[in-house]
Write a protein of this length. Sequence first.
Length: 213
Amino acid sequence: MSRYPNQKLFWEKHHKADTHKAYIDSPSRFAREVEELFPPGATVLELGCGVGADASYFAEQGNTITATDFSEAVIRQNQQRYSNRNNLAFQVLDISKPFPFSKHSYDVVYAHLSLHYFTDSVTRKIVNYIHTVLKPDGLFCFMCKSTDDPLYGKGIQIEKDMFEKEGHIRHFFSETYAKELFNKKFNIQLLESGKEDLYGYPSAYIQVVGRNI
Ligand SMILES: C[S@@+](CC[C@H](N)C(=O)[O-])C[C@H]1O[C@@H](n2cnc3c(N)ncnc32)[C@H](O)[C@@H]1O
């Protein structure tokens, strides 16, 4: 058993309490920006979709989305809310486990604030799963909290750039780390760091788009 707080229980509790409800109708800035890079009518796999605002936006733009999250509660809520959309499917998936999708099946894999919860070794496995399910030339778009975030270094250190604070585990990404993860798998199309309020808190992020090799 892990010595760190169980993140599935942590997130189920949040989603059952509807803590992200205020954001249901607000796709993220990152979603709006990267959607412009998608091929028309793209097949998109979203990882850690939460309340589904970005997935819903991608579907409205004419893409076909499989949006996933390991929280059964949030996936159930999304399935009810979006039951009338035939290009938007929600599915329970723990992204730290091998993906149940065929090789080369998606044009885009998208992860907004959902890739920064894992140790280095698990993160590298996830990047491999993504590399496998993406079509050749497919796009991998992600945004994570960066090592410049105000929460960096707070709480108990788990490993390099990874901390647990009040039951929440975060792995902060540097640009160097993102480049290393992409090495020999993705050609970097965009790599930027910046500051933005996320869920109402001043934050620092890194956003990356890579093209599958
Ligand atoms: C900060 S929220 C971001 C949600 C959404 N992408 C957004 O931007 O609003 C992180 C999400 O990742 C999900 N998550 C955390 N660990 C996960 C895992 N191992 N597998 C799948 N989803 C996970 C949580 O349930 C939560 O919905």
